[in-house]
Design a protein around this ligand. Structure first.
Ligand SMILES: Cc1cc2nc3c(=O)[nH]c(=O)nc-3n(C[C@H](O)[C@H](O)[C@H](O)COP(=O)(O)O)c2cc1C
Length: 175
């Protein structure tokens, strides 16, 4: 395996957990996207961007967009972390919305994260409660996978779906 840098953006800890597991499995360096810059990233052959999914967007992608011209020769992979169970169609559509232009060709992977509505920051909790209210009024046969998963939870119920097994396809790609 060549030398690599794991860059991650996590609000509630699931993506950080995957980043730490990946660091242990690969020996790669690891840092938050907020603390990274293109100059640091240029020292590595492989860059892995790991980001939580919030309202359909993958956090941390701005690092790649902003610095792409300086790092485009690198091997770059993306790992997104969301509450939704993995669903190929929804994942592919989500990735297509997030990755445009040069970034559209990046290999993408997915891991399931965590859910704890009551411990979210105020703005996030308000937004998620609104989405859940709207979901409750919707016909269940039209639910997206994330809606089906969250609509089935009891009020106040929390979940940690993180699992090292989600990293296996990414690790296989790195070999
Ligand atoms: C404001 C907000 C919006 C979210 N939107 C989505 C979403 O669109 N799709 C999804 O699968 N999960 C969504 N989630 C769930 C997060 O992706 C999940 O909690 C994940 O663990 C976040 O990563 P983190 O724990 O590293 O912050 C959302 C969470 C929050 C707080």
């Amino acid at each position: 395996m060549k030398n690599g840098l794991i860059l991650y953006r996590s609000k509630y800890g699931a993506t950080r957990k995957y980043a730490q597991w990946l660091k242990e499995a690969t020996g790669f360096d690891c840092m938050e996207t907020k603390k990274a810059d293109a100059k640091t990233a240029q020292n590595y052959d492989t860059l892995i961007l790991m980001g939580g999914v919030y309202a359909g967007g993958v956090a941390g992608l701005d690092f790649l967009k902003k610095n792409y011209a300086l790092i485009k020769g690198k091997r770059i992979l993306l790992f997104a972390v969301g509450a939704s169970p993995y669903d190929e169609k929804a994942f592919t559509e989500g990735i297509q919305r997030n990755l445009k232009g040069d970034l559209a060709e990046l290999p993408c992977f997915y891991g399931r994260g965590m859910w704890d509505l009551e411990n979210m920051h105020f703005g996030d909790r308000t937004l998620c409660k609104m989405l859940l209210k709207a979901t409750a009024k919707q016909d269940p046969s039209t639910f997206e996978p994330w809606q089906a998963a969250l609509a089935g939870m009891k009020p106040g119920e929390t979940a940690d779906w993180t699992d090292k097994a989600y990293l296996e396809p990414l690790l296989a790609a790195l070999e």
